[in-house]
Design a protein around this ligand. Sequence first.
Ligand SMILES: Cc1cc2nc3c(=O)[nH]c(=O)nc-3n(C[C@H](O)[C@H](O)[C@H](O)COP(=O)(O)OP(=O)(O)OC[C@H]3O[C@@H](n4cnc5c(N)ncnc54)[C@H](O)[C@@H]3O)c2cc1C
Length: 477
Amino acid sequence: MTIRIVGGGLAGSEAAWQAASRGVPVTLYEMRPVRATAVHKTDRLAELVCSNSFRGDKLDNAVGLLKEEMRRLDSLVMRAAEASRVPAGAALAVDRERFAEIITQTLSTHPLITIVREEIGSIPASSESEPVIVATGPLTSDALSADLASLVGQAHLYFYDAISPIVLAETIDRSKVFRQSRWDRSLRGSSFDTLRTSEGTSDTARGEPVEPRAPACGVDDGEGDYLNCPLTRDEYEAFYRALISAESATVHDFDKERFFEGCLPIEVMAHRGPDTLRFGPMKPVGLTDPRTGREPYAAVQLRQDNLAGDHFSLVGFQTQIKWGDQARVLRMIPGLEAAEFVRFGMVHRNTYVNGPTVLAETWQVRARPTVFFAGQMSGVEGYVESAASGLLAGINAAALAKGEPVSSPPRTTAIGALAYYVSHANPAHYEPSNITFGIIQALDPGKAPRGKKLRNLALSERALADLAVWMGAVLTP
Ligand SMILES: Cc1cc2nc3c(=O)[nH]c(=O)nc-3n(C[C@H](O)[C@H](O)[C@H](O)COP(=O)(O)OP(=O)(O)OC[C@H]3O[C@@H](n4cnc5c(N)ncnc54)[C@H](O)[C@@H]3O)c2cc1C
């Protein structure tokens, strides 16, 4: 009895932990440092390649619910995230090095886990007692991609993603920026163990609570202890003009290329209209410039990227502008005139399979149920979602190896809803998804409170109760 896992990213690491925690020996194959990817920088397991944020952490927010479910399922990724947490208001952001180090240490010292540094070129042989989990991520190596394509019977899908630049903290002009959470929300001083709710999330126009937007690439939910770079109208217009005339590194035809909508490069957004950025990553709402006492015309938010606090990333500023132009344009942002870039933004390809045609709700490949896919390449989007899919794949692969039934939590839970979405969404228009309340089974009409926030909290309450029932039925011997 053993489980082979290919890929030591967020999904593969979590799957290894879950399977080994159930007493099943695991061999985890990770190709770094023998073979690099285009974006990973280290040989550590579970390296976060872009944003250091796991997004919102409150229960009126779907990704907050997903994280809470993972904590209750003893997720290693969640343990490591808590242990490496950096201030980010109501979001869960981590020191990326410490995070990956904790996971690497934990797995490499686990008595049931063997880590092999090797590129796997084809899906290993599998059987019920020796299942395989493939979790090779958006940057799955070419050799394995070809073998995957022959298993799933179709060419892989892909789109382009882009990552945000990071600047050195000491090069930010503090006289021009101000520290503030949007709507003044912050977790500091609040109790963190009880039901988490986000206070003050209101859309000023309608007075209606809004669910924070939470796409994968760190255009967070606007919560957090950010440094804000305020722009006047003149500054914004000059920045906009420079941005749309800057030279792009690879993709020139913005209409034809496929980008993930939640992670659009700023220049692609800018090409959609002069104000698009002011309603996106440069939105000023909820911010007050202490020097004027007013909301700025536009703002760029910088989020602390490591515990030392010496790196800040430009939130939602993923870009693929050529590096020379990138530095020139971004230095037009007030406070960043002399910024030194630790990393420039860039674009990359994102590989994923069409989940609904390939996968069962248990993350098993329908055509070969002794093989599981997990993580981004299985058709989810985001760090947390990838880890969540690895968590369930690990539990189920262990069950299969031990001759026990496989299962998925109910669709009333976030983790079950994600599994259901990946295996049952419309394959004709399939796009990897972040977790949202929209994919969780709705409340009975009679039981749904009025108002979005209360409804979301009720969904979360039900999810956690149903998860407890599932855990009691499935996970206890
Ligand atoms: C450039 C970029 C930026 C991103 N930004 C964000 C972000 O800001 N926020 C967010 O939530 N998500 C982001 N994502 C998505 C992110 O990749 C996933 O959320 C998450 O890392 C996926 O986890 P995973 O375990 O599926 O893949 P990964 O974490 O990428 O892990 C896959 C692992 O498999 C290894 N591997 C690949 N092929 C082989 C092989 N043949 N043999 C052995 N090992 C192999 C790789 O080296 C890697 O370690 C980004 C992705 C990319 C590529």
